[in-house]
Design a protein around this ligand. Structure first.
Ligand SMILES: [Zn+2]
Length: 247
């Protein structure tokens, strides 16, 4: 029985180790999810800014064409003014010139504003391109690291598989089935009995059972949490963690 109890302890340690590996393996892709989202968000922002820049440049070209047209018109109106034959024609031509001048002034102001906006977009795009490049590079590095770590973890888990089979072969099938049942339900199936108590649930163990546990020649389960008890003079490393997932 003693060697079987020792094997149970080994099995428990190995299962806890495997659980840790499995949890880390599960958490790894999550760890770079946020980074991926940041890269995508920055990419979208850049895309919007580039689009706005294109729009502003198109607008600027249109305003410039418009300005050239207005300059053409003012030339024609000036010719009219020179050729005016009477006061009425003179005034009409002058009014036309004034109106066109006003148009030209408005368009020049607008063009100036567009030029300012274009400059701002260019500065923002430059800064965000740099930031995007850095984020992307950081993501690529992290992806490589995560991939490498996953390979290590997967290989470790492959090794524990064969180790587990070897340990299980030293345990009777009846006890193994019992272990598996508790392990699946509670995560930790084997706990230490210390100071007359089960370390899984802190329930007192009856003196007679405790004495049998000390002798180590019989398998006892805690009457409260049903975990398999192993006597430890001092506190052992196999104490259940608060929130251990089962599979
Ligand atoms: Zn217990």
């Amino acid at each position: 029985m003693k060697s079987e109890l020792a094997a149970l302890e080994e099995l428990q340690s190995l299962d806890l180790e495997t659980l840790k590996l499995r949890n880390e393996l599960k958490a790894l892709p999550e760890s770079i999810k946020q980074m991926r989202e940041d890269v995508a968000r920055m990419g979208e922002l850049l895309e919007r800014e580039r689009q706005r820049l294109t729009e502003a440049e198109t607008w600027k070209t249109e305003r410039e064409k418009d300005l050239a047209q207005q300059n053409d018109l003012i030339g024609k109106s000036r010719a009219k003014l020179q050729g005016a034959r009477n006061e009425k024609e003179n005034k009409a031509a002058q009014r036309e010139i004034d109106a066109i001048r006003k148009n030209i002034q408005d368009r020049e102001e607008e063009t100036l504003k567009i030029l300012e906006a274009i400059e701002q977009y260019r500065v923002a795009i430059l800064a965000h391109s740099k930031e995007f490049g850095e984020l992307e590079e950081h993501l690529l590095e992290s992806e490589k690291e995560v991939q490498a770590r996953m390979t290590v973890l997967e290989s470790s888990m492959g090794k524990t598989d064969s180790e587990r089979k070897e340990i299980a072969s030293r345990i009777s099938s009846q006890v193994y089935r019992l272990y598996e049942r508790i392990h699946k339900r509670l995560g930790v199936a084997v706990v230490s009995a210390v100071d007359g108590k089960c370390t899984g649930c802190h329930m007192e163990i009856l003196a007679q059972r405790y004495n049998e546990l000390i002798r180590g020649d019989v398998l006892h389960q805690c009457t409260n949490c049903f975990r398999i008890l192993i006597y430890k003079g001092a506190r052992s490393s196999i104490e259940p963690q608060s929130q251990v997932d089962s599979h």
